[in-house]
Design a protein around this ligand. Structure first.
Ligand SMILES: [Zn+2]
Length: 407
């Protein structure tokens, strides 16, 4: 008997078609119910996220395809004051971001239903995860990207064997269009929003499971960068699962960090907007371009899922400016030795705002998730933060180097 059931979040019916990405009765969003009675982590997968497969929607743990997603370190920080503050370093995943967890679930599900080709719309992180994991599973991948995507994000996809299709237009509209094309043609969509693939949503829960294994408790606060909204919602569900299993007594307050100008979710949260249609009336399409490309969704595809999760946790949204994110990126590099991309600098700028807000109690523990490696965005970052170097010759090399010891 399966350890999980796929269920409709709208009409509550069980969805028995393994290829269905939405309820075949009412077109509602799908989620998963698990058998919580016999949950036991699988120590065969000690160093990766599949240790937690009993709470993931996968049929046969003996047939898993993996590049060792997860198992990322929790690192104490030194640059953010006296509180107990850690970063969950998701840049250590196989392709440099937490998206590997979501795509690992999606690719393994696709593999189990016999899909040969995966289709994903991505601005960067999810695309490379999809390409790498599809290759590992001997599946072809087709990555649909917005026109103008920088070469440093495109070229790795090519080297991973993906077919790259560039389309002009708004990312969120392209996500809907490709999902529709996949639905009508029986193609396997792995885009990272619940409405296009509910399986991938579950991978994010493993971040919470891992944190509690590493910290021995739930943190008091969890700060997460928010783009589409699926990651923070998944992490929240992970903590809720652990509470249900009595492995923790309290869940953290979840803080979602969004860019200034792309803060539809923050507005929805602060104004208590209950209908997504009310957000669609707001002119987010007019927002200026942002360096925080991984977070800059005018109309985030997971819609109100993340505001609901954050509200249930007792947390809130924080929005940050591009400049704050770039400063935070540089600060974590200089003081903690971590090279992250600007979109994840946003999370640390949000962390600083949280610390400055005075809302933390003296003994509170905080975890900020840094989820994208800086190595993938060097060219983009250099446009905003040109680097400095010293030039010298053989004659002056000694004095140049010795002088550095006296700075
Ligand atoms: Zn339904």
């Amino acid at each position: 008997m399966s350890h999980f059931k796929k269920v409709c979040l709208e009409c509550a019916q069980e969805e028995t078609d393994p290829t269905a990405m939405a309820c075949t009765e009412c077109c509602g969003l799908l989620g998963f119910n698990y058998n919580f009675k016999d949950v036991c982590w699988d120590d065969r997968f000690r160093n990766n996220m599949w240790r937690y497969w009993p709470l993931l929607p996968i049929n046969d743990p003996n047939k898993l395809v993996t590049l060792d997603e997860g198992g990322t370190p929790l690192i104490p920080t030194r640059a953010y004051g006296d509180h107990e503050i850690y970063v969950k370093d998701e840049t250590r995943n196989p392709t440099g971001s937490h998206k590997d967890r979501a795509l690992s679930v999606a690719i393994n599900h696709g593999n189990s239903i016999g899909a040969q080709v995966t289709y994903i719309v991505s601005t960067g992180s999810a695309g490379i995860s999809n390409a790498a994991l599809s290759a590992r599973a001997s599946m072809r991948s087709v990555i649909v990207m917005c026109e103008g995507t920088p070469m440093e994000r495109l070229y790795p996809l090519y080297m991973l064997g993906a077919t790259i299709v560039e389309v002009s237009g708004d990312i969120d509209l392209i996500v809907d269009l490709v999902a529709d094309i996949c639905r009508k043609n029986g193609l396997y969509s792995t885009s990272t929003s619940r409405k296009t693939n509910p399986y991938q949503s579950e991978g994010n829960k493993t971040i919470a499971y891992e944190i509690v294994d590493q910290l021995g408790k739930a943190p008091d606060w969890m700060v997460v960068p928010v783009g589409g909204g699926g990651s923070i919602s998944g992490i929240w569900r992970g903590f809720c699962d652990l509470k249900r299993l009595n492995l923790i007594t309290t869940c953290p307050k979840m803080i979602g960090v969004v860019p200034h100008n792309y803060n539809a979710l923050e507005i929805a949260f602060d104004k208590g907007i209950a209908k997504w249609e009310d957000i669609l009336d707001m002119p987010f399409n007019d927002a200026p371009p942002s360096v925080l490309v991984k977070l800059a969704h005018p109309y985030p595809p997971d819609q109100l899922e993340s505001p609901h999760a954050i509200k249930a946790s007792g947390g809130f949204f924080i929005s940050v400016a591009d400049e704050d994110a770039l400063n935070a990126q540089q600060k974590v590099g200089h003081h903690e030795g971590l090279y992250i991309e600007p979109s994840r600098g946003a999370c640390l700028a949000g962390l600083e705002k949280l610390v400055d807000s005075g809302k933390l109690q003296s003994k509170d523990s905080v975890i900020a998730m840094i989820s994208g490696s800086g190595f993938r965005e060097t060219a983009t970052t250099m446009e905003y933060r040109p680097f400095k170097k010293q030039s010298t010759d053989f004659k002056n090399l000694s004095s140049t180097l010795v002088k550095e010891a006296q700075v």
